[in-house]
Design a binder for this molecule. Structure first.
Ligand code: CP
Length: 312
């Protein structure tokens, strides 16, 4: 279990194998409790969770809301688009306002890398990073790891290919740190324009074509082309990108026959993944990732609340 002093979940970088493993074990217990409808609704009773999302979200925001409610918390979704942020209120003033309402858990998504880290220094609540700029999305990597471990029984020794727009992907960065910490081998596959410079220094292998990048891998993790973060001209066209880097059945054939297909969502069908691959029940675990998201976020809220209690 994590040291009780960890009040916040801000990034995967720096987490070690026992800490990640303990979160996976705890989340595993929540998978079963969710399926049987027997979640401990008193665990977060009297606690307040605020979802503070400065960027759009479907999966992360709703799964944190469900996770909080299933553990008995009072959950508020702050609509940034109708908040006083639009009148010029700063991130820190917004956080100080929420802090004054004695919020216990603040789940933050922001387009600026490091925004949740800044908030964590200023508020008394436990802060969870729900995605900051191009930096990290720690709960996504944790739920991905839970999905892989449930399907394969382990993470150590597997080879995972992370494909597409790695440059702009906080999901990729968190997954690289987590998978390497857990003993997997990681490949990144994409055009040079969509891979961070010197990415190999993170400990990954770099490939610029799908046939060699996917050869024999156990997991194929596709990423969305993040046009909202992208300078013009990095990709000639969506059609061209799909031809060379979109996952279709022909390209998937290079992977191991048992290889899992993953995508954090939202998907751009026909851009980074073909519909018949995304919807293939024998290969795709994309819906299962969503289910694991709720269980993993329950585990994170559970752990942070217990750590806050231990430090009180
Ligand atoms: N994977 C993910 O973060 O999805 P949302 O943007 O819908 O939260």
């Amino acid at each position: 279990m994590a040291p009780p002093s960890r009040r916040h979940l801000l990034q995967i970088e720096g987490m070690d194998r026992p800490e990640i493993g303990a979160l996976l074990d705890l989340a595993e217990s929540y998978v079963l409790l969710n399926r049987t409808g027997k979640t401990p609704r008193d665990l977060l009773r009297g606690r307040t969770l605020i979802n503070l999302f400065f960027e759009d979200s479907t999966r992360t925001r709703t799964s944190f809301e469900l996770a909080g409610k299933r553990l008995g918390a009072d959950v508020l979704n702050m609509s940034v688009s109708t908040s006083s942020v639009n009148k010029g209120e700063t991130l820190l003033d917004t956080a100080a306002t929420l802090n004054a309402m004695h919020c216990d858990l603040l789940v933050v998504r922001h387009d600026q890398s490091g925004a949740p880290h800044l908030l964590a220094q200023k508020v008394e609540a436990s802060v969870v990073n729900a995605g900051d700029g191009t930096h990290e999305h720690p709960t996504q990597a944790l739920l991905d790891a839970l999905t892989i471990r449930r399907r394969r029984g382990r993470i150590e020794g597997l080879t995972v290919a992370i494909c597409g727009d790695v440059m702009h992907s906080r999901v990729a960065r968190s997954n690289i740190h987590l998978l390497l910490a857990m003993g997997a081998s990681v490949r990144v596959v994409g055009p040079p324009t969509l891979l961070p410079s010197a990415v190999e220094r993170l400990g990954v292998e770099v490939f610029h074509d799908m046939a060699s990048g996917l050869a024999g891998v156990d997991v194929v993790m596709m990423l969305r082309l993040q046009k909202e973060r992208m300078a013009k001209g990095l990709v000639p066209s969506a059609r061209e990108f799909f031809r060379f880097f979109g996952l279709d059945k022909a390209k998937l054939a290079a992977a191991a026959p048992h290889a899992l297909v993953m995508h954090p969502g939202p998907m751009n069908r026909g851009v980074e993944i073909a519909s018949d691959v995304a919807d293939d029940p024998l290969r795709s675990v994309i819906r299962e990732q969503v289910e694991m998201g709720v269980a993993m976020r329950m585990a994170v809220l559970d752990r942070l609340t217990r750590a806050a209690l231990a430090n009180a």
